[in-house]
Design a protein around this ligand. Sequence first.
Ligand SMILES: [Zn+2]
Length: 97
Amino acid sequence: MKKSDEGKRMHCQACGRAILTKRGTIAHHGYGRPEAYLQTASCMGAKELPFEVDRKVLGRLIVALKDMQTRMQGVRDQIAREVLPVDASTRSALVRR
Ligand SMILES: [Zn+2]
């Protein structure tokens, strides 16, 4: 962290990292992929209020993760019962509809 950034960072609701705040919201940031030289995906906490101020994004993230867990368990159960093939369509069954 740069010395000049001290006191300007607050915590992202989604990823928990200390990120610069601009005009009261968390600055744009993404997920690091050392092997990728392209723009990484944006964190869902970017451009939102920091954790110290608000928790709505964190609440939405918890709901989304529980929903994904339910979908993944359903797919796993279908694979175990051999009613869903394990191929490229398996991934699409996990994606939110
Ligand atoms: Zn974040």
